[in-house]
Each structure stands twice: as structure tokens, then as C-alpha cells.
Design a protein around this ligand. Sequence first.
Ligand SMILES: Cc1ncc(COP(=O)(O)O)c(C=O)c1O
Length: 416
Amino acid sequence: MVGVFFIIHYPLSIDMIFPTSENVSRMKTSSTFKAMQAAANLREQGFDVIDLTVGEPDFPTPEFIKDLAIEGLHKNITRYTASAGMKPFTEAVSHFYGEQFGADVTPAQVVASCGGKQALFNAACTILEKGDECLIPKPYWVTFPEIVTFTGAKSVFIETEETDFILSAGEVRNAITDKTKLIIINSPSNPSGRVVPPAEMRKIIELCAEKGVYVLTDECYLFFVYPPAEVFTSAVLPRELRRFVCVAGSFSKTYAMTGWRIGYTIANEEWSKAMIKLQSHSATHPTSFVQYACARAMERRAESMSAVQEMLEEYRQRRDWFIPELNRINGFKCAMPEGAFYAFVDVRELLGDKFKTSADVADYLLTEAQTVTTDGAGFGADGFLRISYATSMENLHKAIERMKKLFNTELQTVAQ
Ligand SMILES: Cc1ncc(COP(=O)(O)O)c(C=O)c1O
């Protein structure tokens, strides 16, 4: 029998470039991801790497939350839930905010999401579109401008160095135009560790409400605030202001649950409905038994808060030792962070012939000391390095030793 051969003409050759959509092509790859990758590459080559790029707690998830997830599995909470999240979850968030902060949050204002990142994405995508401006204070978390880019809106950055990287109402007022639709505020801030004082935050939100500008508050590091700085959630604001506010919350850092992928938004019901609609066509909802575990953990507030306090105390001890040590390195200047777990180091004094940019300083640390930091340029702050202290004291000691050797001894010797 004679075989019949068909020659199929595929429209694309294998070598052809994939036609990535315009919306995604415009987005940049995360600089924090690149830094993590650099650390992984060195490690693979067998180097003793100190990774100070980590954006997650180095603690395990508290045992009782793990047990609750197992309990959820045994109870067969393994099916689809509502896109907004299961009732016990939205009710637990509402109850928790009432008990912990005295906030009047209804379950209908809560939408469960797959981490704070999806909470931010849901919020931004349901309000921004082409022609809109979104205000983003500098330095910013790398993802903010990329989400805005994806929506087709324009990021308008606010310089905050004059106010020590702490956003002020005056700076916001100067940046608002008739195209401003949204502002994204992250306090405590990644990367700067700065905290906007509650009174100033209130002033900013009052101003935005007066101008009809919506406010997305990224409260991912909500509980990681070192006294005397104060924990503040915009969920406590009165209803007339809350009409303009969406809180993006996350369990990732608070309970050391980055891999579980769970967060939430708290917003007015219309905004929430739009986010539910969007999410129902994407992730649908975060994992059912993870929602269950988080709902039950929030009900056990005393236990949850005590786990958070333990982590906060450990971060505080690291911070109190690490920041003064960083300031003892030639050319490094670092303000005391009031929250989160990042040191944001000004290395502009080092820039000149040897180092043109902070990226060169980060590269030098990487190649000469196998110490991996994140260049500030990705956060809109060229001249700075973000150094995470979400790592053991032992690693921090080693890192300081290596950095001092490079900048206080070797570079000094070369200069003489
Ligand atoms: C400022 C900020 N917001 C949001 C997130 C997102 O966290 P997740 O999606 O893990 O909840 C992160 C994570 O690093 C962050 O640093």
C-alpha cells in the first residue's frame, strides 16, 4: 500500500519569536527575581553564598496553622469555594479586624486572594485603564509599576527623599492631576522599611477622598512594625473615607506562609464585586483548606498574635545589631528601618570611577564576597542597595565580616 504523506505548513517556525501580547511585553522582569537567580547560580557553582535578597521570613509556618490545614484536609475541605472565598474566611477576616483594630469590616467587603500580590492585581485591574494615572511613591515595591503597566495606565512616581522616604500629604497633593485615579501606598515599605505615621496616612487618604482619588494600601508587612512606630491599617478609617480605600492584606509575611499563597482585599462592596468577577475568571479562589486554616487561625487570635510577636522580636534584635554594623562600613549609610525586614543602604558616597552605579556595588559584593544584595534601581532608587535581614544572625555576622573586609580593608589599601 502506498502511504499518503501530508506536509503540514505550520504558521510559525520553531525558531520564530513567541508573539507575546503587548500588555505583557511592556512589563519588566522583577529585579528581585534576577538577584535571587544570581544567588542560586553562585550556589550551584559551589560557592558559600550569603543571600541577602530574601523577601520572606526565614521561620517555618507556626505548627498550629499547619495542623489546621491538615484538619481542613481531613474534613474534606477540598472543593471549590465561592470566588470571594468561603464564608468562614470572609467572616473571620471581618471579625479579626473588628477585634484587633476596632475596624468595621463586613464579610461582603472581603475577598480572599492567592497572596497579597493577587490582591493588588485584582484591585488595580478593576479600577485602572488606559488614560489613567496611578501615583506610586518612591522607592516602590518592584511589582507596583508593572501591574499599572499591564492595565495600560501610567505610573507617576512621587519623590520622597526630602521627607526621608516617608510619604507626606504635601507630596501627594503636588502629584495629583485630573487624570489621577489611584495611589498605591505600601507602609511598612519594601524596600525602605519606613512607616508612614497613622496621622499622616489619614491626612493623605482624606486628601485623596476629597480629590476623588482611590487609595490602594499594601499592608503586607502590617504587623512588622518596631515600636515606637505604630501599626496602622486603613481599615479603621470611617466609612466615608473607606469608600475610596482598598486594603491589600497577606498572610505571607505575617504568619511565615509565603508558599501557601493566601491574602485578601478589604474594599467597598462594588469594588469587591468587580474583583470577584475578575478572580472568578482567573484563579477562582485560593486553596480551600488553606482558607480554612487561615480562618481558624484568625479565630485563635491570641495564639496567632503571639507567633507574630515572637518573629517580630527576632527581627528587632537582628535589626538593632545589623543596622549600626552596616553604618560602620565605609561608604554605607543606612537609616533605622521602622518596619518590615529590609535595610535600605545609601551607597552613593562610593560612586565614582570604580563604581558607576549601585548595580556595580552589588556586582562587586556578589563576585568578591559572594554576598548577594538587591540593587535599588529596580525600586526606583539608583544609588541604594536593599539588604534583607530575614536571615539568621550567623549569616548577618558573616555578611558584615565580608563587607567590612572589602570596603574597610581591601578598598582602603588600594586607595593608599
Ligand atoms: C510590598 C509587598 N507587597 C506584596 C507582596 C506580595 O506578597 P504575597 O503575594 O506573597 O502575599 C510582597 C512580597 O514580597 C511585598 O514585598
